[in-house]
Each structure stands twice: as structure tokens, then as C-alpha cells.
Design a protein around this ligand. Sequence first.
Ligand SMILES: NC(=O)C1=CN([C@@H]2O[C@H](COP(=O)(O)OP(=O)(O)OC[C@H]3O[C@@H](n4cnc5c(N)ncnc54)[C@H](O)[C@@H]3O)[C@@H](O)[C@H]2O)[C@@H](O)CC1
Ligand SMILES: Nc1ncnc2c1ncn2[C@@H]1O[C@H](COP(=O)(O)OP(=O)(O)O)[C@@H](O)[C@H]1O
Ligand SMILES: [K+]
Length: 502
Amino acid sequence: MADAFTTLLLTPEEMGRADKAAALSGIDSYGLMERAGQAVAAAALRLYPEAKRFVVLCGPGNNGGDGYVAARALAQAGAETTIHALADTAGLKGDAAEAHRRCALPVAPLSAWRPAVGDVVIDAVFGAGLARDVPPDLARVIREVGERELPVVAVDLPSGLDGLTGQIRGAAFMASHTVTFMTAKPGHALLPGRQLCGPVEIFDIGIPHRIVNSVAGRLRVNRPGLWTLPDTDASSHKFRRGHLAVFAGGPSATGAARLSASAGLRAGAGLVTVGATPEAVPALAAHLTAVMIREIGDPHVLADWIADPRLTAFVLGPGFGTGKRARDYVELLAGRPLVLDADGITSFRDNPDQLFSLYEDASLPTLVMTPHEGEFARLFPDIAGDAEAGKVEKACRAAARARAVIVYKGADTVIAAPDGRAFINDNAPPDLATAGSGDVLAGIIGGLLAQGMPAFEAAAAGVWLHGEAGKRAGAALTAEDLPEALHHVLRQMAVREEQPSL
Ligand SMILES: NC(=O)C1=CN([C@@H]2O[C@H](COP(=O)(O)OP(=O)(O)OC[C@H]3O[C@@H](n4cnc5c(N)ncnc54)[C@H](O)[C@@H]3O)[C@@H](O)[C@H]2O)[C@@H](O)CC1
Ligand SMILES: Nc1ncnc2c1ncn2[C@@H]1O[C@H](COP(=O)(O)OP(=O)(O)O)[C@@H](O)[C@H]1O
Ligand SMILES: [K+]
């Protein structure tokens, strides 16, 4: 598999175009199906050599076609194999009809199958072509297979899973393994889809890579090769590594800003200063050492400080409090590199356009917003309420409207840019669902922004590093553990880079 395809995600529609382009270029499309089905059979035999019986469930389209090929290959390998079809095989067309014609096994209706212990299911009912909720017959089988905890090898996608959005259409198989073709699809990476797939095997069925690349959009799985961390070579000194300013809230809520600030420092910002009102300064001073404190007595002090061009990025929101003060600060920051999180986002709920207009002039985005689902819905209620749209589409539409990088958080955080680029993050452990973890994320992104990383790359790298730090800190972590864990992650990455390639 070429490196490019380890991060590339093709939507089902793009995959369909690749398929058509391959056929137009003279490639035998039945040959693609044959290789797909053979790969599924090989995986099933490898994973379940002791299976009493393989039960291949075939649908009415090409996913079903892959199933007929797999069934033939399993039987030829000597395995006990039965086929149950959702619809009359007389309705099969094209390559799927050909695959059925070449398979000598009898085909029983789906309704005739009673799942039994020892059965291994090959799920070839629906793949990329799922267009609506699964029919009741299939929903019943999905339920029974789940109740008996039978192993399921899914062909392309677990049937019932929407390959574009990762949502379940009525019901979906919980696969123990998924074999997909050429590239993974968004539905494998987004939730709940990711949890239904088991390990995803990406098999190259021979569509030329130039064709795959020609249909590819701008969606990727978030991985280090897609961005480069700032260079911290020996010659760099603290001013070259940027100066991050984090704004704190009132005296009883300084913890959030402190978490962001220490994360920003760990992410490599040369200097980090927390800006705070006089009442909050004593609480901050009692806790901070490497991070500096700047007392903001009145609006003039704030304006003067912010105007200093040596401040290269800002974080506003964690523990800040909602309201006019937040809006006034952001007005002063207009156009400057800013991570707007939590209360900073909520402060603009009544007039999101006011916020967007402050950043509309930037040719490249300099605003990064990090909403969780609730905050996202406050700023983009119409987009959030669109039941048809998946998380990637929502994040992309929000980014285009706000002319900002949107980090739409969750266990499947989506990072989207106004130009249509979007990454799905899949390395975050559930342990990150803990108070203050979002404050740390905002600080990491701020620290990367401060070092001059472009906003989209800083956001993507920040989300990935946050996930790795979460894995490193492990079970029962608290947000305070994350900056230290980030230190280990960055050190390991640096060591790997220093090692000469073999
Ligand atoms: N794209 C490619 O390059 C290749 C695709 N292959 C396979 O082809 C699959 C896509 O094939 P298709 O486009 O035929 O799509 P599917 O086989 O996933 O399903 C399409 C069929 O199901 C029907 N259908 C959709 N949703 C339904 C529902 N809820 N209830 C009842 N019927 C429903 C449609 O009307 C259509 O007949 C892939 O998932 C993959 O398994 C492979 O053969 C290899 C090559
Ligand atoms: N179940 C989960 N699995 C992985 N990551 C998660 C999960 N739940 C939340 N996260 C991540 O943890 C962070 C929580 O941020 P946020 O919701 O702002 O919480 P807080 O305000 O408490 O810091 C986000 O980066 C989010 O993506
Ligand atoms: K399937």
C-alpha cells in the first residue's frame, strides 16, 4: 500500500468515481470484484481457521457480488459455506450477476437463516451503496447475530453503517474485522462507525493509484506526516519560538488558564504569559513558575499589551467567563492568531457574525475555534441541527462560514479549514473526557500557533499530540497530567527524527 493511502479517506461517492474511471480506462471491473472477494475469503480463513461454517450474507448490489466471490473461494478452500441473500438473485446486475453465475453454491433467502453458535458471518449485504435505513428483515438478523455474539467479517463496511457519515442507518452489524478496498472511508473513522468496524484491513484491489489520487478530495485521517512540528534546533532561542498569551478569568477560575498556559509552554512556545485582572493575579502567582503573569488593570493596559507584535498567539476562553468582556478582548485581537475556546465561543452565541467579521480579512485563517458539540450548536445552530449532514460536513460548513479553523471536538474530533481541508482524528482515548482536558488542548494549539505554525496544521498537530498525551498518561488521568505526558510524547518524536533512516 502506498504511503499516501494510509491517511487518505475516499467518500463512497469518490470511490464510485474511481471505480467508473478504472472501468473507462480499460481495467476489467469484474477483476476488481474478484480480488475484493478473494481478499475477504483470505481474511476470514486467516482469522477463523476453526470456523464450523461460514455464512455469507449477500445484498442486491456489488457488495453482494463481493460476497458471491468470497463464498466461492471459501468453498473451494474446503470450508463449510452457505449463502443467504437479501433479495432474489434474478435482480442482480453486471459484475454482481457475473459473480453469482460463477458461484455454484445454492442461495437461500435471508429469512431462512437461523444464526447458530459456530457460524462466522461474512457480511456482504450493503457497502458503499447503502441509501436508506436497512430493511426490517436485515435489522432482525443484525439483532440476532449481536445477541449470539457471532464473529462478523464485514465487506467494505458493516452493513447499516453509512460510509460517508459514520452514522447507523436503522441498525448495523458490529464487525470483528472489516476488509475495505484501496482506502479507508470516513465511516470507518467517524463515530459510531469506528466502533462497529473492528480492525480495518485496507486491501489494494488494483485500481491504479493515479485514478485514486485523481478522485481524492481533501479528507484525511489525522497523522503526523500531514503536518510538521516547528523546528526546535539548537540555534533557536526563546523569542524565536514565539510568545503565547493566555487570558485568565476571575480569581476563582484561574485553573483553566493555567492548564492552557503550561500546555502551551510544553508544546514549545518560547514564552507564555497569562494576562489577568488584578483580582486574579494572587491566585495565579501562587501556582505559576515558568509561566509569566501580566496584570491587566484597565482596557488601555490591555490594548497596549496586545498591540505588542512580539506576542505571536493568544488563547481566550478557558475559565474566562462569558459576556461583553470576552467580546471586547476578541475585538482587540481581530485578525491576530487566536485559539478561541469554551466561554470565548459561547460569548458570541447571540451574534456569531460579529466574531466572524473580525477575522474575515485574513487571506489564511488565523482563528482556531475548539467547540465541543454544545458550543458548536451555540455558534452554528442551523448547521448543528441538519440531521442529514455528518460531522465532517458540519465542521467544513462552519469553517467556511467563520473563515476559521474549526476543531469540532469529541472522541472523533474533526479539524476543518475554510478551504475544504478536513482531518478526522482517531487516536484520542476516552480517558481524555475529563475536566480541563479541553483547556490543555487549547493551550497546545496556542503554543504551536505561537511558533508560527499555520492555523490548520497547528490545530491538527495539537489534536493529535493531545491524543498521544492522553494515551501516554493512561487510565485515571487528570488534565494536570497531560502537559507532562506531552513532554514525553514530544521527546520520543524528537528521538525518532534524530535516528538515521536505514
Ligand atoms: N468501488 C469499487 O471500486 C469496487 C466496489 N466493490 C464493492 O461494491 C460495493 C458498492 O456496490 P454498490 O454501489 O452496488 O452498492 P451496495 O452493494 O452497497 O448496495 C447497493 C444496492 O442496495 C440497494 N439498497 C441500498 N440501500 C438499501 C436499503 N436500505 N434497503 C434495501 N436496498 C438498499 C440499492 O438500491 C442497490 O441495489 C462496495 O461497497 C464494494 O463492496 C467491489 O466489488 C470492488 C470494486
Ligand atoms: N470519549 C472520548 N474519547 C476521546 N476523547 C475525548 C472523549 N471525550 C472528550 N474527548 C476529548 O477531550 C477534550 C474535552 O474537551 P472539553 O469538552 O472542552 O472538556 P473540558 O471543558 O472539560 O476541558 C476534547 O479534546 C475532546 O475531543
Ligand atoms: K457489508
